[in-house]
Design a protein around this ligand. Structure first.
Ligand SMILES: Cc1cc2nc3c(=O)[nH]c(=O)nc-3n(C[C@H](O)[C@H](O)[C@H](O)COP(=O)(O)OP(=O)(O)OC[C@H]3O[C@@H](n4cnc5c(N)ncnc54)[C@H](O)[C@@H]3O)c2cc1C
Length: 274
């Protein structure tokens, strides 16, 4: 395996690199997924462009009105350690904290977790519920795309080859909104999710939804707004189980994933009840 390693200092330079190399280039953040893919020969780029030296992409910005920006070089541990985020978005910090080990979370980024487009990514369910958008930039401009449209399939995103994800925008939430995250894995300690799920409860807009991961190629969001005034865990579990399309693989059978999805939804409703 041989490639040219580039470490641009500005987003403009990264845009130019991708414009000239296109499909032959890969964007590198923490490398905790990409290096595995390179070693396995699943990716064979001629150029690897590292985002970590770009100062503006390290920004984790809380706006006064509650909006949030997570730059492409923001590590998972910065999310876990942010006290304001823990208070505001427990589902996101819970998902982030469930990823791998401390050492990996110190390298891995949220944008990398999302851009890897693995169905079991632990930050995706909460971000999907929060209405997050991915900001894509290129040498010629920028655009924003909803997270659920960004992930188009397993390991596939809507990113063009000349674009990079500059960061994730999370809109302000209704007053009193809370989120929770839950994960089922084979072993205690660090392991990928057999199924994961998050719940959002927004009293201002009477919004009640769950998102389920690891059980379909793209994140699944189940709307439960109709039961906002009378949450029914059994009915919510039933609807979530009917919304997913899990596969059987080395980690679990489709049937087990379906059962675990029901269990996770019931647990999230327990958390909602306090
Ligand atoms: C031992 C181990 C355990 C793990 N456990 C978990 C787990 O429990 N839960 C979980 O969710 N994940 C887990 N992971 C996966 C991984 O750590 C996460 O997905 C991580 O968040 C990826 O972020 P990264 O910065 O390392 O991305 P990278 O590896 O740098 O990149 C991942 C992919 O995203 C692309 N990419 C990265 N940044 C950008 C950008 N700015 N613009 C466009 N494309 C970009 C890359 O080209 C690549 O395709 C584990 C990994 C390992 C090695």
């Amino acid at each position: 395996m041989s490639f040219v390693y580039e470490r641009p200092r500005t987003a403009e330079d990264l845009g130019k690199l991708l414009a000239s190399h296109g499909q032959r280039a890969c964007v590198l953040a923490g490398g905790t997924d990409l290096l595995v893919a390179l070693r396995a020969g699943h990716a064979r780029p001629e150029v690897v462009a590292d985002v970590k030296a770009i100062e503006e992409l390290r920004e984790l910005r809380h706006e006064a009105d509650g909006r949030l920006f997570i730059g492409a070089a923001v590590t998972i541990n910065r999310i876990v350690d942010d006290a304001r985020l823990r208070a505001m978005h427990g589902g996101l910090t819970g998902g982030a904290g469930a990823i791998a080990t401390f050492a990996i979370r110190n390298r891995a980024t949220v944008v990398g977790n999302v851009s890897n487009a693995s169905p079991c990514a632990d930050t995706v369910p909460a971000l999907a519920l929060l209405g997050a958008e991915v900001e894509l930039r290129s040498a010629t401009g920028s655009r924003r795309i909803g997270l659920r449209d960004y992930i188009v399939g397993v390991k596939q995103t809507a990113r063009r080859a000349d674009e990079f994800a500059a960061g994730i925008h999370v809109p302000a939430q209704g007053k009193g909104t809370r989120t929770w995250f839950c994960k089922r894995q084979r072993v205690r300690g660090h392991d990928l999710a057999l199924a994961n799920a998050a719940l959002i409860h927004d009293p201002e807009h009477k919004k009640l939804r769950v998102a389920v991961g690891s059980c379909s190629p793209r994140p699944v969001v189940v709307e439960l707004d109709d039961m906002f005034d009378k949450p029914d865990a059994e009915e919510a579990a039933k609807r979530a189980m009917a919304s997913i399309a899990p596969i059987s693989d080395v980690r679990a059978s489709a049937e087990y994933r379906t059962d675990m999805t029901g269990m996770l939804v019931r647990r999230l409703f327990d958390a909602l009840r306090g």
